[in-house]
Design a protein around this ligand. Structure first.
Ligand SMILES: [Zn+2]
Ligand SMILES: [Zn+2]
Length: 169
């Protein structure tokens, strides 16, 4: 459960412990989705009149394309959360840790914040391994699977060294 009764929250802090599913309606078209539900944990407490503070963590798995060979790589994502919820209009526009509470809301829904936190922490590119050999620039073959059929001489013919006449036969 990721929604908390505001009046209850004003009296007692609660433990955050829930999962945002990858098919939750909070996700919108074009979102980069996590490869697993986003687990939210921590503590949600009152932080003065109409303000609430969530201190905790989100954890999930991202599936990202290796930037050299483009194969999909699963990687764990874990991010500390220090989120302040304030009445809509009171939030500091430039503060990425502040989230608006919609007018007349009776419950505090953490899902929009979790969605945003995921977007900010999801890696865009990574390497499947440090020494990934990538794809051949000519034929597109995955060089991790072995050398491709391209003639290495082709590469030399295009090099500026050869154009300068360095290695004529
Ligand atoms: Zn790779
Ligand atoms: Zn090739």
């Amino acid at each position: 459960m990721l929604s908390y009764d505001i009046r209850e929250l004003e009296r007692n802090a609660v433990r955050v412990d829930g999962e945002l599913a990858t098919d939750d309606p909070i996700w919108t078209e074009g979102d980069t989705l996590p490869a697993a539900p986003v687990r939210a944990s921590g503590r949600l407490s009152s932080a003065g009149s109409g303000r609430f503070y969530w201190s905790g963590r989100i954890e999930t798995t991202a599936k990202v394309a290796c930037r050299r060979c483009l194969s999909a790589v699963a990687t764990p994502v874990s991010e500390d959360v220090h989120a302040l919820f304030v009445d809509a209009g009171d939030e500091v526009a430039d503060d990425p840790d502040t989230y608006p509470i919609p007018p007349r809301a009776r419950s505090l829904d953490l899902r929009p914040a979790i969605r945003e936190l995921w977007m900010l922490s999801a890696p865009e590119f990574l390497l499947c391994r440090e020494d990934c050999r990538g794809l051949c620039a000519h034929c597109g073959a995955d060089l991790n699977a072995g050398p491709c059929a391209c003639d290495p001489a082709d590469d030399e013919r295009q090099s500026p060294l050869h154009a300068a006449g360095h290695d004529s036969p």
